[in-house]
Design a protein around this ligand. Structure first.
Ligand code: NAP
Length: 509
């Protein structure tokens, strides 16, 4: 009898702080820690695979890297930055901001750097977490803040490994390689490639741009903020706040509306793109090659002013013939032309369907998340999965909302999650997970609504589209997202008041 081990009742019943694991110390991991602490949850450990915070802004350092969301909006609402140097920030400045926020809010202290999480197993009502280094740990709550655009996609092109020059993916930029005067090739013409092309065209000897599909783009209204303006922002912080809401509302009323079925706005975006192309590419043949055959904003709309001027340069060639194979000395196209290169850049995007995977995640009854998703990840309100209690995701499946600032989305999700924890405390719950029918109902409604969005009606293929042929995005307008996320509807969740009998039996053995 003495040997019998009583299972823990759960943090809310025991009246203690929940032990919370946050996976990832990028923008959303930092946000999670700050919001949790503000709500009184302080027993937090963050696991980060790299040696510093910053996520995508740490990983991506390619030339020309900037954010096409205005700086004063691409900021935490609780940490405005009067010192942004430009209307659209460059990557290094955003990384510095992330590091500043992590430092100021004392996040680094609780981060285990260089320690990716290998496995998570639900042992009702706890999670057993196996990190790469150190002992396994037990947590009450797990928050995956692992990002979306995170695992580089290396194209499956024959001969890629035999290229004898320098080759790297845009998210793994090799700064030891000097581009000056070199023959450079870049595969891809997405948001990343267009920024790189604009930034390097002048410097390289020759640039071959391998385009599979043309892209629509509008100019980026970049602007440098003057020192007096920054000083004014420091003295009157409300200006930053005003700019935050100005950009938020402008984006919501225009671009976001265009994506979710507002025909008038869609036409306005299309016209702006066509005008941009017409005005900046005078050569009709080149213009034709750069003209997409689908609707603007179907693929993620690019905001870039440097790309078209770069493509018009004498030292830049647009290659639209399909790539046949990579040779040791360059790229051979289907027409048999070998484009000789010293450097090959793969701006070929990311494997977007992975989310927290490849971490192995086992939920109730040892069901593995990978199998549950079967290459088509879904979640309830983009945050949780039935059968995986006390497991939450930030920027999870269908997380992006019509090109809203991801920081705003993460903050909204964290405010929602904190209310769920408060409810667990209030009701003395040991666990909560979405009901299967709520999850299915939500995702069925999404699948129906997505048919009205430009991501489907626009007639293109994009990284938004998953294995089921459906864009993995929120299909409604941002105001609906705000409304839905304001307060959780707890009837959508299994509110678990006792640990399963099986766990009791196991603990008693
Ligand atoms: P992406 O949009 O997925 O673009 C990948 C490019 O590579 C496309 O042009 C694609 O052609 C091409 N490609 C892929 N595989 C290929 C192959 N086997 N052969 C030939 N071409 C191939 O990736 P990304 O440009 O890295 O951008 C991803 C996302 O990151 C963006 O949509 C955006 O959300 C985000 N981003 C944002 C900013 C910003 O300013 N906020 C900047 C950079 C990135 P197809 O079009 O034919 O597939």
């Amino acid at each position: 009898m003495d040997m019998m081990k009583e299972p823990e009742a759960g943090w809310a019943i025991e009246g203690r702080d929940p032990r919370i694991a946050v996976i990832g110390a990028g923008m959303s991991g930092i946000c999670a820690v700050i919001k949790l602490r503000k709500a009184g949850y302080r027993d937090i450990t963050v696991y980060e695979k790299a040696d510093k915070v910053g996520g995508t802004w740490r990983e991506n350092t390619y030339p020309g890297l900037s954010c096409d969301v205005p700086s004063h909006w691409y900021s935490f609402s609780f940490e405005p930055n009067p010192n942004w140097s430009h209307r659209f920030s460059y990557g290094a400045e955003i990384q510095a901001y992330m590091e500043h926020v992590a430092e100021k809010y004392d996040v680094n202290r609780i981060v285990q750097f260089n320690n990716p999480v290998e496995e998570l197993t639900y042992e009702g009502p706890h999670w057993r977490l196996k990190p790469k280094q150190g002992d396994e740990e037990i947590y009450d709550i797990v928050i995956a803040a692992t990002g979306i655009l995170h695992h580089p996609s290396i194209p499956d092109i024959p001969g890629l490994d035999c290229f004898e020059g320098n080759r790297f993916h845009s998210a793994q930029w090799d700064h030891s390689v000097d581009l000056t005067g070199k023959r450079v090739g870049i595969i891809g013409t997405g948001s990343t490639a267009s920024q790189i092309i604009g930034a390097i065209a002048e410097k390289v000897g020759h640039l071959s741009v391998f385009q599979r599909t043309p892209q629509w783009m509008t100019p980026l209204a970049q602007k440098e903020y003057s020192k007096p303006f920054q000083a004014l922002m420091r003295v009157f912080p409300f200006i930053s706040r005003a700019l935050y809401y100005y950009y938020y509302k402008t984006m919501e009323r225009t671009f976001c509306e265009a994506t979710v079925g507002n025909k008038k706005m869609q036409e306005a975006v299309s016209e702006a793109c066509q005008k941009n192309l017409d005005e900046n590419v005078p050569d009709p043949e080149l213009r034709k090659k750069l003209t997409p055959d689908y609707q603007a904003a179907c693929k993620r709309l690019i905001l870039c002013s440097d790309f078209y001027p770069a493509m018009c340069r004498d030292n830049v060639d647009l290659v639209t013939e399909k790539i046949e194979r990579i040779e040791p000395t360059g790229v051979q196209d289907k027409e048999g032309t070998l484009h000789e290169l010293d450097i090959l850049v793969l701006a070929t995007g990311f494997k977007v369907g992975d989310f927290i995977l490849p971490t192995k995640v086992f939920g109730e009854n040892k069901v593995e998340l990978k199998d549950f998703w079967d290459d088509a990840p879904r979640a309830h309100r983009a945050m949780s999965v039935p059968g995986f209690p006390n497991f939450w995701m930030l920027e999870g499946p269908t997380g992006p909302v019509g090109n809203l600032s991801l920081i705003l989305i993460t903050e909204t999700q964290m405010d929602y999650l904190v209310q769920c924890l408060d409810e667990m405390k209030h009701q003395k719950l040991v666990a909560m997970a979405p009901k299967k029918e709520a999850y299915e109902g939500y995702n069925d409604a999404m699948s129906r609504a997505i048919g009205n969005t430009v991501w489907v009606t626009g007639g293109c293929d994009s990284w938004y589209i998953d294995k089921t042929g459906t864009p993995n995005l929120y299909p409604w307008a941002p105001r609906q997202f705000r409304q839905e996320m304001k307060r959780p509807d707890f009837s959508e969740y299994r509110l678990i008041k006792d640990i399963p009998q099986q766990a009791r039996a196991e603990a008693a053995e």
